[in-house]
Design a protein around this ligand. Structure first.
Ligand SMILES: [Zn+2]
Length: 276
């Protein structure tokens, strides 16, 4: 301690020249303190003049509800196609020119903590189309993804393939059963249904609507075996819905998706935010 004090006194005592400089600065400061009354009044006047502006600023974030703050994209005005004649619409892409893609991750068989971490690190939220047969050993694993902003969706109870070979009542049982179960397990009822294997028929559309689903969601590209596969073209396009799975290849699949997203100048949005 004494050594430190010694050092302070040794190095901090101002010289005569330094003292003059300090006095000069103090003097200028004292003068400045007495000067700014007109300027102060001017600022107050301006604040009064712009009383409307703060309320406009406060209202602004409400317009971008649910959007990641770093990207300034507003969901396009394309609401989900309506349920017509008791049939839920089938969608595999969203009609938009905004630089966005959508990711659905299916089944839920592979449950490893790094999957959550990798999505967090890459700021990716997805629709998780889960089937009870794959998640029943540890459904709460997926509650963590829900906490991080992903949304739990419906992929049927037992993942029976081909799904469109089931009767209407069997499809209702599979879709409503999973919706009820997810509502109990995760506290939110799903609104989207993805048929196992992607096969569907009119009964699927009718059963989905009966169970309260807003749409039957397919895909137009997939991340599979560590690479991307496209139904159209050679890259992701705005509005594409991408399929992935909770599989052992999760890391290489998600990386392939992220690379494709970046190469196309797109970023991932939640499908649910664009299907209001
Ligand atoms: Zn599946």
């Amino acid at each position: 301690m004494s050594k430190r004090l010694h050092n302070l006194s040794k190095f901090n005592l101002p010289t005569v020249n330094e003292s003059l400089v300090i006095l000069f600065i103090l003097a200028v400061g004292l003068i400045a303190l007495n000067l700014p009354k007109p300027a102060k009044n001017h600022i107050v006047g301006e604040q009064k003049h712009y009383t409307q502006k703060p309320s406009a600023v406060i209202n602004k974030p409400a317009v971008t509800t649910g959007k990641p703050p770093k990207v300034n994209v507003t969901p396009s005005n394309n609401p989900v196609p309506p349920i017509v004649g008791g049939l839920a619409p089938v969608i595999s892409t969203i009609p938009t020119q905004e630089p966005v893609v959508f990711l659905g991750i299916d089944d839920g068989a592979n449950k490893q903590q790094f999957e959550l971490t990798m999505m967090q690190q890459n700021n990716i939220k997805a629709s998780l189309f889960l089937a009870n047969i794959f998640i029943k050993d540890n459904p709460q694993f997926f509650a963590q993804f829900q906490t991080e902003g992903s949304i739990i969706e419906n992929h049927s109870l037992n993942h029976l393939i081909p799904f469109n070979h089931l009767s209407y009542s069997e499809q209702v049982s599979e879709i409503c059963g999973q919706a009820d179960l997810e509502q109990q397990e995760f506290g939110v009822r799903p609104t989207l249904f993805r048929p196992p294997g992607g096969s569907y028929n009119v009964d699927t559309q009718r059963a989905a609507a009966t169970c309260g689903m807003k749409a039957v969601v397919l895909w137009i590209a997939k991340a599979n075996g560590g690479s991307m596969q496209y139904q159209i073209g050679k890259g992701l396009r705005p509005g594409d819905i991408v399929l992935m799975h909770f599989r052992p290849e999760f890391q290489s699949d998600l990386q392939a998706f992220i690379n494709a997203q970046n190469a196309a100048g797109l970023h991932t949005e939640l499908l649910e935010n664009w299907l209001k």
